[in-house]
Design a protein around this ligand. Structure first.
Ligand code: FES
Length: 352
């Protein structure tokens, strides 16, 4: 078996016999080239009978593949897809898919077995060709470049060239303006703090707009809530709704750890918190009634409703803002005031 060394600066005279042509010092410190591993004789190399048996087994896989292909084609005709009939679609997919699977597996397994068991297993080293181009091709590239420069006048026509550079530098400027447009010109804190909620505004179900009585909010329930009257807005309806969205939940009073300064912000265990995550503003929508945890599906921030919606997990930096609530004369839940802090992502505050 002929073998070639993996590198031209190392010579081998066999699998284990390595000679480093470097200096004496290099010889003592350089790692030795172990050469190629000795070739193992396979049973099919040593025994013709085994090789014949393997040949038959491999041929069997290829025959199986042929059967699978024919089966897939026949199944496509026998089990046609009938428009509107889902069971025909399923049967067609199942039988055709089965046939194709057998066909592909048969070819794959047969080919791998053939390569592993019967094809020659000599290991070869292929020298990588030099990546540097020949002097002629390098010269040709330089000439092409110079010719392009001459024909385009890129160096000669300095006015055009310099104004082109100016145009390329100026191109991103509109992007800056457009990005600025994504942020409101008004004070963002004021904008996010000012919602439709104010004293006496009823809490209504989203999307029906039906006002909610305190008696309807049972322990363990959670309501998606919007302020009464948002549908009547003439401008910015959706923006206002998004900012004012609130989650309403009722907990056993003794499980609610209330801030002494905010005991009148809830009503008999009913609490309302902004639905906009304080991380980057996704809607917090998953409520675990057993643990009283709210989960934001975007980056898994978790808030503890029983404890002022404090962040107990995830990237959110501050609790969800609480909406102070009470009931009106008819027993409907109403806001005591608007939010006392900006809703939504907290980077507004950090930025300013
Ligand atoms: S937006 Fe809620 S965790 Fe990121």
């Amino acid at each position: 078996m002929a073998q070639k060394p993996p590198s031209s600066d190392v010579e081998t005279s066999g699998h284990d016999d390595v000679v480093d042509p470097g200096t004496a010092v290099e010889r003592s410190t350089a790692p030795q080239n172990p050469g190629l591993a000795p070739e193992h004789q396979r049973v099919t190399d040593l025994d013709d009978k085994e090789a014949k048996g393997m040949e038959r087994r491999i041929a069997l896989f290829f025959v199986l593949s042929i059967v699978g292909s024919v089966f897939a084609a026949v199944a496509y005709v026998i089990f046609p897809i009938i428009p509107g009939d889902m069971s025909s679609v399923r049967m067609n997919n199942l039988t055709v898919g089965l046939g194709l699977s057998v066909a592909l597996l048969g070819v794959g397994i047969g080919a791998v077995q053939w390569a592993k068991a019967l094809m020659h297993g000599h290991e070869l080293v292929e020298e990588r060709h030099p990546t540097r181009g020949s002097d002629e091709s390098r010269q040709a590239a330089v000439e092409t470049f110079q010719q392009a420069n001459k024909e385009s006048g890129f160096t000669r026509r300095s006015l055009i060239r310099n104004t082109l550079f100016g145009a390329l530098i100026a191109t991103p400027i509109p992007a800056v303006v457009l990005f600025r447009d994504l942020a409101p010109a008004a004070d963002p804190i004021e904008l996010m703090k000012t919602t439709m909620w104010s004293e006496g505004v009823r809490l209504t179900r989203d999307p029906s707009g039906i006002p909610i009585k305190a008696s309807e909010v049972t322990i363990g329930s959670a309501f998606h809530v919007v302020p009464d009257g948002w549908k009547d807005l003439e401008h910015g309806k959706l923006e206002e709704k998004a900012k004012a969205a609130v989650l309403l939940m009722r907990l056993p009073v003794d499980e609610l750890k209330e801030d002494p300064a905010k005991t009148d912000w809830s009503y008999q265990g009913i609490v309302a918190y902004s639905k906009i995550c304080t991380h980057v503003g996704c809607p917090v929508a998953l409520y675990e009634q057993q643990t009283h945890h709210l989960l934001c599906p975007c980056h898994q921030s978790e808030f503890d409703v029983a404890n002022h919606c404090e962040v107990i997990f995830g990237p959110a930096a501050r609790p969800l803002p609480q909406l102070p609530i009470t009931i009106d004369a008819e027993g409907y839940l109403v806001a005591r005031s608007g939010f006392t802090e900006p809703v939504g992502p907290s980077f507004w505050e950090r930025q300013l």
